[in-house]
Design a binder for this molecule. Structure first.
Ligand code: HPA
Ligand code: ZN
Length: 338
């Protein structure tokens, strides 16, 4: 029963890089449409390269593939494909990361990216039954000056963006350098989130909280190494957007059975389950729910808790959140006890 519940429960996804939903078939289709040669002979050859040893080895391929994204329509199509697949696994709300610097740095205008994504966002509820928000991430390895320039480019589109985030290579790039950029973003009315504690130490999670003023931590699995940090996260109900299949693929954990998700739940942390870069890591949000349910022997009640957490941790208004929570409870009630 738990397996089907993993897919049927209404869910929000709060840690999803839209560029990480770029499936090999669409990569090849857009490469051809845009007249760009790929260094892979076939979809199968590209898929065969999806063997990662760490975050860095993944990011190389992630940035290489997105080179074929060129037009507004490309970005719309990318987002639409994600929404269709994820909705088929129970997704009803998504707060979607995008990496503008990975596009502007190769000559694609900011406006092309935001207009393309915005077109998908505007139609997501009517076309796919999914409400959506956009979170603009800064590439931490590109440094704070580039982040500030990106922030300024984005300000005219402020009402299309709910929050700023921080992603890309983590170790060696502590959050502290981005304190001013994040302060400016928050002064402009945006919320803030940051990747921290994926490969980096608990100190990066503290810095994201204290120096960047984030209201969620993305990943944060290494927080468990620091009991004082765990106390803080629990006391302040700071959400951690955990990505189980990603953590296995990028070797943050040895196996799904060794994943700390259940320990985090048991420690009273507000954890959510997300797919991160589903085209690369072997599963969309429902598949992540099903995989942890199986590997960690989660109960139906655990899955319902995770689905509820996904809305509790979202940037939805109180009214929207209450309506979604009622949908979770209705779906849970429709399932017989095991
Ligand atoms: N970590 C950091 N940066 C990223 C990731 C991730 O898991 N996915 C896409 N960019
Ligand atoms: Zn991520």
């Amino acid at each position: 029963m738990t397996g089907s519940l993993a897919f049927r429960l209404p869910k929000a996804e709060l840690h999803l890089h839209i560029e990480g939903t770029f499936e090999p078939d669409l990569i090849f289709e857009l490469a051809e449409r845009n007249g760009i040669a790929l260094p892979y002979a076939s979809v199968e050859a590209l898929r065969a390269a999806y063997e990662f040893t760490d975050l860095g080895s993944f990011l190389k391929l992630y940035y290489a593939a997105m080179n074929v994204l060129r037009t507004e329509a490309d970005f719309t199509e990318l987002a639409n494909e994600y929404l269709a697949v994820a909705h088929s696994q129970g997704l009803v709300h998504a707060e979607i990361f995008f990496d503008p610097q990975a596009h502007t740095s190769r000559g694609v205008p900011f406006r092309t990216v935001i207009d393309g994504l915005w077109s998908a966002v505007q139609n997501s509820a009517s076309h796919y039954g999914v409400t959506t928000k956009l979170i603009m991430c800064f590439l931490r390895d590109a440094g704070p000056r580039a982040a500030l320039a990106t922030l300024e480019e984005a300000l005219p589109f402020g009402d299309r963006i709910v929050a700023v985030g921080l992603d890309s290579a983590e170790v060696g790039y502590p959050p502290d350098a981005f304190a001013d950029v994040f302060a400016r973003a928050r002064a402009a009315g945006w919320r803030a989130v940051a990747h921290a504690g994926e490969e980096g130490p608990p100190a990066y999670v503290w810095a994201a909280l204290d120096r960047l003023g984030v209201s969620r931590i993305d990943h944060g699995v290494r927080s468990l190494e620091d009991p004082l940090l765990v106390d803080r996260l629990r006391a302040e109900r700071i959400p951690l957007t955990v990505c189980p299949l990603s953590n296995v693929k990028l070797r943050v954990v040895d196996s799904l059975a060794a994943h700390p998700l259940k320990r985090m739940l048991d420690a009273g942390l507000l954890v959510t389950v997300n797919s991160d870069d589903p085209a690369y890591f072997g599963g969309y949000v429902g598949e992540n729910f099903a995989a942890v349910a199986d590997a960690l022997d989660l109960s139906d009640a655990d899955l319902v808790r995770l689905a509820r957490n996904s809305f509790e941790a979202s940037f939805l208004s109180a009214g929207e959140r209450a309506a979604y929570l009622a949908r979770v409870d209705a779906a849970a009630a429709a399932v017989p006890e095991r």
